[in-house]
Design a protein around this ligand. Structure first.
Ligand code: TRP
Length: 450
């Protein structure tokens, strides 16, 4: 019965639908809100380079592992790993991957929904013409007031939670699949338009330098950790979202091609968002390290000054909200799929319960800004990489070579061995080393020898 439920709602119709869904999950606030603001905080170029390396060396192989685990058993992350542990004859304790993942997804959603709520507020404010010809001081104080206005944030947070729960209740394909097909390209085009405008009006060269001129002296252990964490965050990795999407993917599709497409689109959109935002940041004397408000301060300035800015701005924030929406759905889908498949609860009931949990957490984030920061920091920098580490080890060491090879049979032997080597050795070591570097354990060890 649970299976029927699923087939009625999901089960991607083609390879493209999967690419679309995975891209919808990957492209979100991480690209347009978070990437520029952490790049600003961690000093630009060197940080961006590490982030790109992490996408290539860790993100892409881990994404392949997630999909192949999910697709092999066509179940939610907990049950997929459980059944694999039986057929591959390893400890069922590995299903911690799924449990940890579901927990991480809930924790991310708690602050994600607050930021998505800000975007909704900005849709309303832009449409109302509140940002017309706005000055830098005024927009900064607008954002501060929004953050201080708890009831208003609560209202937007509730609206966003309901939107997300609605899609989850109905099944992902029906509503969101179609919406993304049309809206993602529009978001892309509007971003390009904005870059064009930033190029003319803003300090484009300075922004370009900031993003791409590598100065390693600015790179701290923490910056490397955050860059890696963001690579996981932006590709939706390490918590089973891509795994559960993979479980709805047909056996005939090529995992590697799909993953490369999604990673490429996601990275492209983040870089374009950076090139749209930073020229305005530098032209208006906003500090790049302004924190979570960066996008919410720089973009309204641009739209406020643009011809037809009211219209473009409104459309833009609507699209950001939609990008956030399609990502939020994937944050909660592993949990919803678990309740639905394991306990046989209907999708609406499962979605309602899960959404209620994250709604309460969001409430906490509104009233204790510290909780917001802690959740953002812990999930991206520790929980997702830890999940990714376990996934890599599971696919690389615990599953039989024959099983994984069979999922990746479209790869040549050389390509397969590359993936295999990265999954078994390079990715786990890289993640581990970055963890250690962050703890600055090496400093302590060095001190022992002094
Ligand atoms: N990738 C999304 C973004 O960039 C956020 C997201 C959706 C996510 N699903 C996820 C992050 C799963 C980590 C894990 O905004």
């Amino acid at each position: 019965m649970a299976i029927d439920d699923n087939q009625a709602t999901i089960g991607w119709s083609s390879r493209w639908t999967f690419i679309l869904a995975a891209t919808g999950s990957a492209v979100g606030l991480g690209n347009i809100w978070k990437f520029p603001y952490i790049t600003g905080e961690y000093g630009g170029g060197a940080f961006v380079l590490v982030y790109l390396l992490c996408i290539a060396i860790i993100g892409i192989p881990v994404m392949m592992s997630e999909i192949l685990i999910g697709r092999n058993k066509q179940q939610n992350p907990v049950d997929a790993v459980l059944s694999l542990s039986k057929s591959e004859k390893v400890s069922p304790a590995w299903s911690i991957i799924g449990i940890l993942g579901i927990l991480t997804g809930l924790m991310i959603m708690m602050f994600y929904s607050i930021v998505a709520g800000w975007s909704l507020d900005y849709v309303y404010a832009t449409a109302n013409g509140q940002f017309l010809q706005i000055t830098q001081t005024n927009i900064a104080s607008y954002f501060e007031q929004l953050r201080a206005n708890s009831p208003l944030q609560l209202a937007w947070h509730t609206a966003f939670t309901l939107l997300t729960a609605g899609v989850l209740a109905a099944g992902i394909n029906r509503g969101l699949g179609n919406a993304i097909r049309i809206l993602m390209p529009i978001l892309f085009i509007l971003l390009l338009l904005l870059v064009g405008y930033s190029y003319q009006i803003g300090h484009f060269a300075q922004a370009f330098n900031f993003l791409f001129a590598v100065d390693f002296s600015k790179l701290t252990g923490e910056a490397v950790l955050v860059a890696m964490g963001h690579a996981f965050f932006t590709l939706s990795l390490g918590m089973g979202a891509i795994m559960v999407y993979g479980s709805y993917m047909t056996k005939s599709a090529s995992i590697a091609n799909t993953v490369l497409t999604v990673a490429f689109l996601d990275t492209l959109i983040a870089l374009i968002a950076g090139l749209a935002i930073f020229p305005l940041v530098f032209a208006n004397n906003i500090t790049p390290s302004a924190g979570p408000g960066l996008m919410f301060v720089s973009l309204p300035l641009a739209f406020g000054a643009l011809p037809y800015g009211e219209i473009f701005g409104t459309v833009f924030f609507v699209l950001i909200a939609i990008a956030a929406w399609s990502s939020a759905v994937s944050l909660l889908e592993p949990g919803v799929a678990l309740l639905n498949q394991r306990l046989g609860w209907s999708r609406p009931l499962s979605a309602l319960l899960i959404a209620l949990i994250t709604w309460c957490g969001g409430l906490g984030c509104i009233y204790y800004a510290q909780l917001f920061d802690v959740l953002d920091h812990i999930t991206a920098n520790y929980m997702l990489p830890l999940g990714g580490l376990l996934i890599s080890i599971f696919a690389g060491w615990k599953m039989r070579r024959k099983t994984v090879r069979n999922e990746l049979k479209e790869l040549s032997l050389g390509q397969f061995n590359l993936w295999y080597g990265i999954s078994r050795v390079i990715a786990p070591i890289a993640i581990f080393v970055i963890f250690i570097a962050q703890l600055e354990l090496h400093n302590k060890i060095l001190r022992l020898f002094q």
